[in-house]
Write a protein that binds this ligand. Structure first.
Ligand code: OXD
Ligand code: MN
Length: 601
């Protein structure tokens, strides 16, 4: 560390953790390129990382086959009272959990180096940013944190003597005894994995996993679960939303924040390139938005992250050319195929690969089958890339503006092959909160709208809201009250509606700017809409379909309201909403009653 930490609370916490985890050495990370390069050299030398000949300064990692994704059933909200965690979280008593985890942490970094990573979520010094400090023994975590957050001395400086920070303790849970040889991806078995949040103390303890959302604690643990609880206390919002800027041909800017569950094309939308002439789209963030009401009375958003941690399979020059451009250099890849010429590959990359080494380190060819004759995928379906956001060719010049960007539009959505129209606008804020709360997605693209296949994912926050979901909805209503007429307008989108014979009706992600254009025109009051029981939908003639090969009847079907279908969903929606018990806001009940009335129930 180039500068000395003067924050006694941080010094004391580091000393306390060190005494518990008993590392061989302690290193304070300074966030420099030298540090990044030295750690990668260490991991290349140990065999944990493979440098990629085809991509400058880029590396491939293979995780342990059991450590490939977030572990929702090992993720806990340890509030003092169970009701504070609510029906959507795993609750555990904080004292009991701390006892269990202290036993696991005891000596867990023996034989290893403990890294102390000071990081800022959001531009350093922004009134919306927060500081965290992650302790880990995983150099893979350190280098990923370098990309995903702002790490280094400036954070220590900003913290000063008595600045607040969020302590994030992480361990892969694999101590080394003298003479032990390390493995490429150390981690603990599933029953020892804990991703724990103590919201009343702003504290995160993660044990046993080296992977993504379990280990890069700035992301889901801090920026969503803990931040959502802080946001409620402090009167702001931490949401699972992309942020983009859309500029119309007259040069007017609109800022859009959109929440979609996974597998609905969030990163693709964040980096959209409009096909309609004169419209420009720039990316501010692809996963998380932190939003505060600023002195102008409007809601301003920052992207707390500084990189993309995206799902690799399916990313291609067709589906997301801007993501492909972002990962050409200085990127980290996890669980992809290593090609014979020293590049990476994954399924649906739209590039040839006849032979390579798969994510498990085995020889792989596209026709490889397992013992049961099933095709073997080369990349894990949750294989990831980590890349600096600044490398995205369409990153917005203001993406690091400490004041954030003023949000005009919120979009919720999900994947629904039936029922839900291409786009609808909420009647008002409260109705929009209802739309977000009841957002739902089908389990897979292929699944039909059969009972049980729909997962409600409120505001796409189901695995990320750090407190009782009923209170979270109330917080949304409260924010609407504070914002009044300056509140963003709320919309619901569904790109995935199919015709009765099972064909996608909307031509694809590349055309989504046409739907965003209609939203902007609504915000500006340029177009009328059709009032239906579920919201305002576009008049067919107001949807810009110039140059698209789509028939009038297809547009009609995309926008059709199937009142009988909506009626049949109401009982399930009611059961779902009521599962938050007495924390269900009255205003949500009023929304449900309003819908029933409009549907004639
Ligand atoms: C993610 C997720 O990884 O939402 O962003 O699961
Ligand atoms: Mn996400």
């Amino acid at each position: 560390m180039a500068i000395t930490c003067k924050n006694n609370k941080l010094i004391a916490w580091v000393a306390e953790v060190q005494a518990m985890v008993k590392p061989d050495t302690v290193v304070w990370c300074d966030g420099t390129k030298d540090e990044y390069d030295a750690l990668l050299k260490l991991m290349v030398d140990s065999g944990a990382a493979t440098p990629l000949e085809k991509r400058p300064n880029s590396y491939l990692f293979r995780s342990h086959p059991s450590d490939v994704a977030r572990v929702e059933d090992r993720t806990y909200i340890a509030s003092r009272e169970q009701v504070e965690a609510g029906p959507t979280n795993n609750w555990i008593d904080p004292e009991a959990l701390k006892k269990t985890m202290r036993d696991l942490y005891d000596g867990c970094m023996k034989g290893r180096t403990m890294y102390v990573i000071p990081f800022s979520m959001g531009p350093i010094g922004s009134p919306i940013s927060k500081i965290g400090v992650e302790i880990t023994e995983s150099p893979y975590v350190v280098v990923n944190m370098h990309i995903m957050t702002r790490v280094g001395d400036k954070v220590i400086e900003t913290l000063g003597e008595d600045g607040e920070f969020i302590p994030c303790l992480h361990s892969v849970g694999a101590p080394l005894q003298p003479g032990d040889k390390d493995v490429a991806w150390p981690c603990a078995p599933i029953e020892k994995k804990y991703i724990a949040h103590f919201p009343e103390e702003n504290l995160i303890w993660s044990f046993g996993s080296g992977y993504g959302g379990n280990a890069l604690l700035g992301k889901k643990c801090l920026a969503l679960r803990i931040a959502s609880t802080m946001a409620r206390r402090e009167g702001w919002m931490a949401e699972h939303m992309l942020i983009l800027r859309l500029t119309n041909p007259q040069g007017k800017r609109f800022h859009i924040a959109a929440a979609f569950p996974s597998a609905c094309g969030k990163t693709n939308l964040a980096m959209l390139q409009p096909s309609i002439p004169g419209w420009k789209c720039e990316c501010i963030g692809d996963d998380i938005a932190w939003m505060k009401i600023r002195p102008d009375g409007r809601l301003h958003a920052i992207n707390p992250e500084s990189g993309f941690f995206g799902v690799a399979p399916g990313t291609s020059y067709n589906s997301n050319p801007m993501a492909m451009e972002s990962i050409k250099e200085n990127a980290i890849f996890t669980n992809c195929v290593l090609t014979d010429d020293g590049d990476i590959w994954w399924e649906d990359m739209n590039a040839p690969c006849d032979h390579g080494i798969d994510w498990k380190g085995q020889e792989w060819t596209p026709d490889k089958k397992d013992a049961d004759g099933k095709p073997v995928k080369g990349a894990h379906p949750n294989a990831r890339f980590t890349a600096p956001a600044r490398q995205c060719p369409v990153i917005c010049p203001d993406w690091e503006d400490p004041n954030g960007v003023p949000i005009d539009i919120f979009v919720f959505g999900g994947r629904r092959s039936k029922l839900v129209p291409l786009v609808s606008q909420a009647f008002d804020w409260d109705h929009g909160v209802y739309m977000g709360a009841t957002a739902a997605s089908e389990a897979t693209a292929a699944a039909l709208d059969v009972k049980g296949s729909i997962r409600r994912d409120p505001m796409a926050m189901l695995p990320f809201c750090g407190y009782n979901i009923g209170d979270y909805w109330q917080h949304w209503f409260n924010m609407g009250d504070k914002l009044g007429t300056k509140a963003p307008k709320i919309f619901y989108a569904n790109w995935f509606r199919k015709s009765p014979d099972g064909k996608w009706l909307w031509p694809g992600f590349g055309e989504n700017a046409r739907v965003l254009k209609w939203m902007c025109e609504r915000v500006e009051g340029r177009v009328d809409a059709v009032e239906t029981p579920v919201g305002y939908v576009p008049k067919a003639s107001d949807l810009d379909t110039n140059g698209l090969d789509i028939s009038d009847s297809e547009i009609e079907e995309l926008l059709r309201i199937d009142a009988a279908g909506w009626k049949s969903e109401v009982p399930e929606i009611e059961t779902y909403l009521r599962s938050s018990g007495d924390r269900l806001p009255d205003r949500m009940v009023q929304q449900l009653e309003g819908l029933k009335n409009r549907l004639g129930i």
